[in-house]
Design a protein around this ligand. Sequence first.
Ligand code: ZN
Length: 312
Amino acid sequence: MAILSLHHVTATVDDAQGDLDFCLGGLGLRLVKKTVNFDNHHVYHFYYGDELGTPGTIWTTFPYAGRGVQAGTKGAGQVTAASFSVPTGSLSFWRARLARQGIAVADVEPRFGEPAIAFADRSGLAFELVANGGDERRPWTGSGVDADAAIRGLHSVTCLVRDPEPTIELMTDLLGFSVVERVNGRVRLGVQGAGPGRIIDIADNDNAAAAVNGLGTVHHVALAVASEDEQLTLREDLLHRGARVTEVRDRCYFKSIYFREPGGVLIEIATMQPGFTLDEEPARLGRDLKLPPWEEPNRAGIEAALTPVTPA
Ligand code: ZN
């Protein structure tokens, strides 16, 4: 049972300031790291989450406005919705808070017994808040949302595929997930008890067009493993199954490997350690632009090319 929970979800979004305003002023998350895309240092990489950016609470964005990236298209082989966990009874608070910010909110037909609301950011990304009573994670309240309503962390992601069975087989055979429930067009998979932050829904539609990456689409979902040893073991197991897996990449705050599951969704396996306090004190998380050691020699040029932003 290698996988502990979701680790983070990463999306391509439009402009950096708009993203900060939405994630801090809208969702009430904490900015836990302001860095750059390690594969393109002219683009920010924002990490949001709870107080320390605990794996399972992390939402991350690449704001690609002005870099020639087109709007993406949601479709098969992609995470099509990111869902956050909120307490039972808090949805009316969220409807009002989001409406005040001009965000249109829709009710979701309750799934698996949990009421939810749906909305989009300015890039067109699909979000849900799922109300439930079982989430003991301590929320961040420093962005203006009280503890009785604040987001606890990720609840789940929805992956859209054309044929669900090969995806389900990989997730259950290799990654330790179990089928929680099947409803029409959707299979809920859970790991380690299948609580909030430990759920992946596989939605299927054999007529779905292929997803196109771009602004307003999720790039990948990351799953957490306890150690680098477990990551290497899982990498070998994936290779034995014929998956094309990257080498281990150093993301500073965790180590990562990437592969596509049979339905085409890009999945990352990320370590729990060392976390976001690696290079900042807990109280100062997200304040300064942090760069990986190998980019420090380029700091002046990187800072000059980034649009200045103000946390909400
Ligand atoms: Zn990632």
